[in-house]
Design a binder for this molecule. Sequence first.
Ligand code: ATP
Ligand code: MG
Length: 490
Amino acid sequence: MLGFDNPKKALLTTVKEAVDNSLDACQEMRVLPEIKVEIEFLGNDRFQVSIEDNGPGIIKQQIPNIFAKLLYGSKFHAMKQSRGQQGIGISAAVLYSQLTTGKPAKIISKISPRSPAHYYELNIDTRNNAPDIIKDEEVKWDKDSGIKIELELEAQYQKGKRSIDEYLKQTAIVNPHLHLVYINPEKEKIEYPRVTNEQPKEPKEIKPHPYGVELGILIRMLKTTTARTLQAFLMQDFSRISSKVAKEILEKANLQPNIKPHSLSRLEAEHIMNSIKQTKIMAPPTDCLSPIGQDLILKGFKKEINADFYCSTTRPPSVYRGMPFQIEVGIAYGGNIPSDELAEILRFANRVPLLYEQSACATTKSIINTAWRNYGLQQSRGALPQGPAIILVHICSIWVPYTSESKEAIASYPEIIKEIKLALQECGRKLSLFIRRRRIAENEAQKKSYIEKYLPHVGIALKELLDLNNAEQSKITEILKDILEKGHER
Ligand SMILES: Nc1ncnc2c1ncn2[C@@H]1O[C@H](COP(=O)(O)OP(=O)(O)OP(=O)(O)O)[C@@H](O)[C@H]1O
Ligand SMILES: [Mg+2]
């Protein structure tokens, strides 16, 4: 199953799907997220995972479908920046738990302080892709609103690279407004405090841009539109289509503007697709994106990484295939970061850490294709740079082009690669300035230490040569030291 290909990854994916959803839900409700993740080891490769949030909760009628029906989500058709986009995530985790342990998912949901909490135990009826409700009751839950999910699954717990611990730490870096409590299977409590009360900017939903639409989607849109004519359909259901542009598209497709959209054949839809490609259409609006921002990247970095130098860059928004996107880069350098290894890469898409498929990702390719020697890091041909550096790359978009449904690597669209490289170069220049300044300071400090070491000897030699008394000797040594140090300051 996607994202669950080995026991270690299964544990990570389960937590990730739930936490991503919690963060999306809190963002939508404009509430500062309080999330608790607890993983308990039950023995024999069994774990109980529980994730709790303070989001809006889910209304009773929807709970079974959301957790026990695959491909049921609210974000799939929305052209809006969010962590989830497929409607597979959480039900896949439920399915994995069910397949490996036979245990139902346990859910508590509460939507307001005035309404009761609902407790469900759910299985997925896999033959019909429908929820199988085992228990459905009202319970008391001392909380205004939110969701708590409990799943039992077969898995493996390990710290280190690509672990849950790493995922949560990285999540805290790019979500500085999150307060997270994590209790790991060793019963250790790890707390990530909130470092800003600033909510991320609310991402806006936009209509699809014609350049980003696939034939299948166009056909579905034609079937479900409320517009009565083709002309109205194009103007109303897409962004950036004026009446003039709509007329031009339909003229090229040889279709009458007043035809009913529902009556179009597949071939006619294809004609529209082709004529869209040949028509010049203004780029989509880009104010729909919600980047982290330079300052908050630095805050997040400083909170979790002990380095000597930090820098960050947020590029202006750009567009690939009709989809607005924006790139951010941060670099942490020196301090506790190991200096004899390849730089560590932290990849994020819509604030979600990407831990697998690093080499297949557009971010890695862009980093490899940047000339890091210019910026003070060592680099072998075709490799990542080497040195005490952590490089963070964040892409936010209304539709992140993952290479597969498991959402692990970003596809290499030339527009995306170009933007990542520009952001890396901007940060690279800041880094090289720091490294150069530090080298100069180090050289000078070394010179100063030589001076301090040898000057007394020069004093002794001068005393003998010029036949000085002790007072004269120390005076002359002082003067020499003064001259050399002043020169050093200059
Ligand atoms: N903690 C939660 N609070 C409120 N709503 C939630 C929560 N978890 C899930 N949902 C709702 O359930 C839907 C389905 O979630 P699911 O993770 O299966 O899909 P998704 O997040 O839309 O996409 P993806 O498959 O990419 O994760 C979401 O779209 C959201 O509307
Ligand atoms: Mg999801």
